[in-house]
Design a protein around this ligand. Structure first.
Ligand code: GLC
Length: 754
């Protein structure tokens, strides 16, 4: 009895969601007509997604598992496939779906085009450090052009998970710790992938993931449970997802984690209430890999049948690789456990996206071999990758103006296992990049003929070839190459050390409890610094590392992430000053892992601490509360001064605006770009409010001696948040506004909203 009431309530809810949205009637009529012809098994099939399971252009599938899937494909019981690569393979599978099944419904082909397809861009955390939204849209556009040229029409990106925990390997995939910036990046990347019209040949469907709260995995341990309140959910986690919906994203992917102790895949409130009802999302939600089945080990589902029931009731529309929808939904409908309308709703959403892609008009439109051959890894695409890589580099420290390097005369020792590594810069989600295809630092620096450079690896970071599925084998005991590196350092003017993480040491399933330089690298660095401390440390990593010793002892430090195909060229051009670094961190670097999670928009507490000497205040006995490098931090080869900071009123109404301005001047000797950041603090709220919140930024380029007045407008919309009243609103009261080059800015102006 209870179940049928619940099912009825869900049914009423779903029907209510089918608002008579003003969609293209032809589309809706076509879809509804098609649904009316589908059997239950075919509807369940549209909700079923398989990974590529055999070379369709090769011999017939072997083994029961593959034959079963092949038969389901031929019976119209597969709606989508992922990780099928290449025009020929995709065409062959599409041919089966379109020409051999009863209704000929085309497949949609998905893949993780996260930071490039064949041309690899900086990992998203790196690219977000450029703060260049046009650039991020452009790189997504290039990736979409390449992926669609190779037959694909759906990417599982952008990943928009906010995270404050460098132990979590997937921070490399996001845009850092701030919801305001994360929302703008989400919008840029959705537009980049989807373009203006999904019917265009070079656009692909984007996917906002992982919905929701995955970045708050407890202890930074991947796939772990989460524990945050509804205000963190709405004020920190949800904004980038809402921005993706507002940008027109057509799919979502739910996450592996629980929130409110409920697996996201079975979480009705976030999927049906918030996403589909409140946000009017009419695309579809795909589960993450096997996450429907994983509700059993979560202890939330009794068995596969129960998991399928919970997932479809909660609004999860497509099953990635659990095989539970295709095996259980027909029985669940026939037994009355779930209403067929729930399947109709999910299938309608899936068919809608396929229709928008133009797959019903021409299922083979993406399968054009000539396009594939011409588009992938073109010179033009590589030039975009180089531009993105340069703009993603963050200059963390530059004492004694050691940088930029002189182009003539100096003898430079390039030392470190990542200096000649052509693979690590490709990062964790490298899709179709050719192994060892990235430009290395050694290659990039050798292009500058004026200096004498010697290269010594100094130490192996890891052994053997690395891949997505296996742990990187780190070297913890072989120091046999230390001596040659020490000699090179002793006989050189400058040492450029390239250290950090192998490309698969961050990313999915790559949580680390020790976030220092892996292996023997720090030991090598310490040995070298005893011999020659004119060291420029180039750090390659997919996450913020603990660089406290390095910050204390090394004069120049460059954060070079995993920058993709043009990594070495970009790093060399920055080191030699052909590009003045302009990146700013979008995620705080902790002083050590004990500080994690550490982030700029923290709450003040009732006992704020300003010194480690204050025993009974909210601080540590051994390190300051502040991170080593803060959100928004990034140096330039020039200097920028801020002056004449002013507001044109200290009174803001709900229908008025305040203008805030500052004079920015380039007081140095190089042309450079500065990311001017606007922060606002809400002094008192119906819930405790962050010390600062990013509410605007502008990238300003100035020549030496040039200055510019930078203006920002504040209206009450910038002050809105999810309040104690469980709604988005601005609350009257006192505010502080800051403008500066990073989140450490202290000077503020006061204004009141009333
Ligand atoms: C993975 C990831 C997800 C990815 C999917 C398909 O487990 O969690 O981000 O899109 O499976 O590869």
């Amino acid at each position: 009895m209870k179940k049928s009431i619940y099912t009825l309530l869900v049914l009423l809810f779903v029907v209510s969601c089918q608002k008579t949205v003003d969609l293209d009637n032809d589309k809706e009529e076509f879809i509804n007509d098609l649904i009316s012809k589908m059997t239950l098994a075919e509807k369940a099939g549209q909700m079923n997604q398989y990974n590529g399971f055999w070379d369709a252009t090769g011999p017939m599938p072997e083994g029961d598992y593959q034959k079963k899937r092949y038969n389901e494909l031929k019976n119209g019981q597969v709606g989508s496939m992922l990780n099928v690569i290449g025009v020929d393979e995709i065409r062959a599978l599409q041919k089966i779906a379109v020409e051999e099944t009863r209704l000929g419904i085309p497949l949609i082909f998905g893949h993780d085009v996260i930071h490039g397809y064949k041309t690899i861009f900086p990992i998203p955390l790196a690219e977000s450090s450029s703060w260049d939204l046009d650039l991020m849209e452009k790189s997504a556009r290039v990736a979409a052009t390449e992926a669609s040229a190779d037959g694909l029409n759906w990417t599982f990106a952008p990943m928009v998970d906010i995270s404050r925990d460098a132990r979590w390997g997937r921070v490399m995939e996001g845009a850092g710790e701030d919801p305001y910036l994360g929302s703008l990046v989400a919008k840029a990347r959705v537009h980049g992938f989807q373009g203006d019209n999904l019917n265009d040949i070079n656009t692909i469907v984007a996917c906002a993931k992982h919905f929701a709260g995955y970045g708050f995995s407890e202890a930074g341990r991947d796939y772990n449970t989460t524990d945050f309140n509804q205000y963190t959910l709405h004020n920190t986690i949800m904004p980038p997802f809402k921005a993706a919906v507002d940008a027109g994203v057509r799919t979502f992917m739910n996450s592996f984690n629980t929130l409110d102790e409920i697996p996201a895949t079975g979480h009705k409130h976030i999927q049906r209430d918030i996403l589909k009802r409140d946000w009017s999302f009419d695309g579809f939600i795909v589960s993450d890999w096997g996450s429907i089945d994983q509700m059993i080990p979560h202890g939330f589902a009794r068995d596969g049948k129960h998991a399928a029931e919970l997932a479809v009731l909660a609004g999860s529309d497509m099953d990635m690789e659990s095989s539970l929808y295709v095996s259980q939904l027909v029985g669940l409908v026939e037994s009355g456990n779930i209403a067929e309308e729930l399947l109709n709703d999910a299938v309608r959403r899936i068919l809608r996206v396929k229709y928008e892609l133009g797959l019903f008009e021409d299922p083979y439109k993406y399968c054009n071999k000539e396009r594939s051959d011409s588009e992938l890894a073109s010179e033009e695409n590589m030039s975009v990758a180089l531009d993105a890589a340069k703009k993603s580099i963050v200059l963390l420290k530059n004492n004694n103006q050691l940088l930029p390097l002189q182009k003539e005369g100096e003898k430079i020792a390039i030392i470190g296992p990542l200096a000649n590594d052509k693979n690590s810069p490709l990062g964790n989600w490298r899709s179709q990049a050719v192994y060892n295809s990235a430009s290395s630092v050694v290659e990039g620096m050798k292009k500058y003929k004026g200096n004498r450079t010697v290269f010594e690896k100094g130490v192996d970071l890891y052994y053997g070839k690395t891949n997505f599925h296996n742990r990187v084998k780190i070297n913890y005991d072989d120091k046999s190459d230390f001596g040659k590196a020490k000699f090179a350092a002793a006989t050189s003017d400058i040492v450029v050390m390239v250290l950090g993480e192998e490309g698969n040491q961050s990313g999915e399933g790559r949580s680390r409890t020790n976030i220092g330089l892996p292996g023997l690298q720090l030991e090598l660095l310490k040995e070298i610094s005893k011999i020659n401390n004119n060291i420029v440390l180039v750090v390659m990593s997919g996450r913020p590392l603990d660089l406290s010793w390095e910050d204390e002892n090394i004069p120049a430090i460059v954060q070079a992430w995993h920058l993709g195909s043009k990594s070495g060229d970009a790093i060399a051009q920055v080191l030699y000053g052909d590009y003045n670094p302009s990146g700013k961190l979008t995620m705080s670097f902790p002083r050590n892992v004990g500080q994690v999670p550490v982030y700029y928009n923290f709450k003040n507490t009732g006992r704020p601490s300003t010194s480690i000497e204050q025993v009974t205040n909210s601080g540590y006995a051994d390190v300051e509360n502040s991170p080593l490098y803060s959100f928004g931090h990034g140096l330039s080869y020039t200097n920028f001064s801020y002056s004449n900071f002013s507001v044109d009123s200290d009174k803001l109404g709900f229908d008025s605006k305040i203008n805030v301005s500052v004079k920015l001047e380039n007081t140095g000797f190089y042309k450079g770009k500065e990311v001017v950041q606007l922060y606002i603090r809400d002094i008192v709220g119906s819930i405790a409010r962050p010390m600062k919140e990013l509410k605007g930024f502008k990238i300003v380029e100035l020549a030496p001696g040039e200055s510019e007045i930078i203006n920002f407008e504040i209206d009450s919309s910038l002050l809105e948040f999810y309040t104690y009243n469980n709604k988005w609103e601005a609350e009257v009261g006192k505010f502080h506004v800051f403008i500066g080059g990073d989140s450490n800015v202290t000077e503020f102006k006061e204004f009141y909203l009333d």
